[in-house]
Design a protein around this ligand. Structure first.
Ligand SMILES: Nc1ncnc2c1ncn2[C@@H]1O[C@H](COP(=O)(O)OP(=O)(O)O)[C@@H](O)[C@H]1O
Ligand SMILES: [Mg+2]
Length: 316
């Protein structure tokens, strides 16, 4: 991390949030983005939302002092905050890599976003690091039901390898339903990439969301759903304060470190005797968390970015 420098009065700090909606199209669902804009502006940061397709990506012709947005030259920003998560496209990744090459602090960087975009790859990296997560296998067609029964067992969770907010995740309680659902999936898309995962039954409808910023836990909460096994807030789960135990702290900070995520939303499942890592998110929403821990998360993110780019949050 860079040393702290008091920010000079005349130093303009420029930031970009890479997002899927323009500022005038934001709604209540974009609470986290609105908060980041509000906090950054309260600290005199010139910040704006840019959509990936507003950038021109010209590798050889651009000088090192500017970038092209909406076909106009703009100064290189001090930082970029990508908020596209698992929807980061090839084009968006290319822009992030280009900005990193130009020396912009990208929080999180392209490689770390990539490492958690694919849920199978994420579990491969977790298991290689001996971090506890549910047994997971890549489905193939035709199905070998014996192998699935032996390696994963029933009930099991079927997941799209990429996905977020609980979409594309299905709890399957019997072999007959499993065969039907998989046939339906492959009939629609023979190239579908699907993972099959051990169901952590003790965690039905509840889990923990831990928000890690710069290697430290910024907030922890329990999510509970009364309608589904999925505890996503976007699927209607309620949020509650939860004590930060050493186990939660260790698992979540190790996970963020493993994927090199400066900002991480780590989901933990309650198994009988331990917690298991469900996933890490690279642009976690904090609408629910700020209800539980107070309006501190956006501020912690912006302050962390200011430290990383070598300015503290105080304006002289
Ligand atoms: N293996 C599992 N066992 C029990 N519950 C699970 C399991 N996997 C996911 N869930 C539940 O489903 C939710 C969504 O799954 P997750 O893998 O985090 O996908 P998403 O990226 O859509 O949030 C989790 O927050 C958790 O409540
Ligand atoms: Mg999740």
């Amino acid at each position: 991390m860079s040393a702290l420098h008091p920010r000079r009065k005349d130093k303009i700090i420029r930031g970009i949030i890479l997002y899927s909606k323009k500022e005038n199209n934001l709604s209540d669902k974009d609470y986290s983005i609105k908060r980041l804009l509000e906090v950054a502006r309260s600290k005199n940061i010139e910040i704006k939302i840019v959509l990936p397709d507003q950038f021109e990506l010209i590798v050889t012709k651009l000088g090192k002092k500017s970038i092209l947005i909406d076909d106009a030259l703009e100064p290189i920003p001090d930082f970029v905050l990508p908020r596209l998560g698992s929807n980061t496209t090839y084009f968006a990744f290319s822009i992030l890599r280009q900005l990193e090459y130009l020396g912009v602090y990208v929080c999180n960087n392209a490689e770390s976003i990539f490492s958690v975009q694919d849920k199978l790859y994420m579990h491969q990296l977790l298991s290689r690091s001996k971090l506890s997560s549910p047994n997971t296998m890549l489905a193939k067609y035709p199905l070998s039901i014996e192998v699935v029964r032996r390696e994963i067992g029933f009930p099991l969770v079927i997941k799209n390898v990429t996905g977020t907010e609980g979409a594309g995740i299905y709890l399957c309680d019997s072999e007959t339903k499993f065969v039907d659902v998989m046939e339906l999936i492959y009939a629609n898309n023979p190239k579908a990439n699907i993972i099959l995962q051990e169901f952590i039954k003790n965690s039905y409808g509840k889990d923990l969301r831990v928000f890690v910023i710069g290697g430290k836990v910024a907030g922890c909460m329990e999510r509970k759903s009364s309608t589904s096994f999925k505890a996503n807030v976007s699927k209607g789960a309620s949020v509650f304060a939860h004590e930060l135990t050493p186990e939660i702290e260790w698992l979540s900070t190790e996970t963020a470190k493993l994927f090199n995520l400066d900002i991480a939303g780590v989901d933990l499942l309650f198994d009988e005797n331990e917690l298991k890592i469900c996933e890490a998110n690279s642009s976690p929403d904090f609408t629910g968390l700020e209800k539980v821990v107070g309006k501190t998360i956006a501020e912690s993110i912006i302050d962390y970015i200011l430290i990383k780019i070598g300015c503290n949050s105080e304006v002289e």
